[in-house]
Design a protein around this ligand. Sequence first.
Ligand code: AMP
Length: 193
Amino acid sequence: MRLVFLGPPGAGKGTQSARLVEKLGVPQLSTGDMLRAAVSAGSPIGLRAKAIMDAGQLVSDEVVVGIIDQRIDAPDCATGFILDGFPRTVAQAEALRVMLANKGLKLDAVIELAVDETMLVDRMRKRVEEALAAGKEVRADDNPESFKTRLETYRAQTAPVSAYFSELGKLVSIDGMMPIDEVTAAIDDALGL
Ligand code: AMP
């Protein structure tokens, strides 16, 4: 199954895609994780992306489209994948459509987690507290200032991606404000799992 998860930062995309990975046996492809790995490795892409990511802005379409284009050719994506955090602009969505068509592939669904923005800042704070309590590293962009920019970036550049997929008849909108297990159940239901 080939899926896309859409939703603002803190909507639960990572949590819900991880649960689907277990059920479907396909990899979760998070462009954010891949870019953070590139930053840690100090690769040329990582070196260029770091400041942009820390500020909560978007890395160029060209870079992320290139990353995904290569990644979905890997053998573990043969039976599908879950895109988490990509596409984030209409140009990326269009590039994905062309890329998949060229590879003879189709998306099964685009799941949008709809949430009330006012609760997202609290979720981000909770994520930071939990990471600190678990002795884990806190993301450089999980601070109030970068988070505000990430939300603004989402509103301006990523929200239109929902309309794009809706017009293609692919969009399934799920209430992301429900308890985590109920969101999972609603997603399973929508996908017929
Ligand atoms: P995430 O882990 O999905 O919240 O992504 C963290 C950061 O990585 C974002 O704030 C962007 O700076 C960058 N990033 C991740 N995915 C994309 C994408 N599809 N397009 C552009 N930038 C991205």
